[in-house]
Design a protein around this ligand. Structure first.
Ligand code: GRF
Length: 188
């Protein structure tokens, strides 16, 4: 069975959605959660599922490369790394350790609205359609090759909170589906 490491920084609803999907469709196992925020809710989710968590405090290291190097020594072997709400740019050390094996979930239709505030930026711009993207991670910000996308139409006068909830609901389907398909078709 393929092995997946999930990186997350916050609530972890996408981590949960992926774990739930893999419990029902066991094409892969989540072998570790990596979290950079010791208080994040995602850690409790991993504990509840019995998934080992690796907490990395980047500020304890002199550089991102040093933090990633130390992190690598604590990680199990894996076929795929999934960034699911991981709020850091992955550096060259991790990219080199998992070449073409790191994917990211982004809450907009890339290449539009990259960065941390993709949902709010799309709403403020006034686009009628935004959505969700799963893409390979490269050295840029949300710039790697696109694997899957799903559109979300923005309603007239829709609030940010409402749009966020609808985007997240789409994420919770697209991410597990994409991971499943990558594995099923032998792409990883
Ligand atoms: C998601 O919207 C993801 O696209 C973004 O951060 C959010 C994480 O949410 N990068 P959660 O922690 O999975 O609930």
């Amino acid at each position: 069975m393929k092995k997946v490491i999930v990186f997350a920084s916050g609530t972890g609803s996408n981590f949960q959605a992926l774990a739930d999907h893999l419990a029902a469709h066991p094409v892969a196992a989540i072998v570790a959660l990596v979290c950079d925020q010791p208080q994040a809710a995602v850690i409790g989710r991993a504990q509840a599922l019995g998934i080992p968590t690796v907490i990395v405090r980047y500020r304890d290291y002199p550089s991102k490369a040093a933090a990633e190097q130390a992190l690598l020594t604590r990680l199990p072997a894996a076929d795929l790394v999934v960034l699911a709400g991981f709020m850091r740019i992955v550096g060259e050390t991790l990219l080199a350790a998992f070449p073409d094996r790191i994917i990211n979930l982004h809450p907009a239709l890339l290449p539009s609205f990259p960065g941390r505030t993709g949902i709010a930026d799309a709403l403020a711009y006034g686009v009628r359609v935004t959505g969700v993207t799963v893409h390979y991670v490269d050295a840029g910000v949300d710039s790697g090759r696109i694997i899957a996308q799903a559109p979300v139409a923005i309603a007239e006068g829709e609030s940010l909170t409402h749009l966020e909830a609808r985007i997240h609901a789409v994420e919770h389907v697209l991410l597990p589906q994409t991971v499943d398909q990558l594995i099923s078709k032998g792409a990883i």
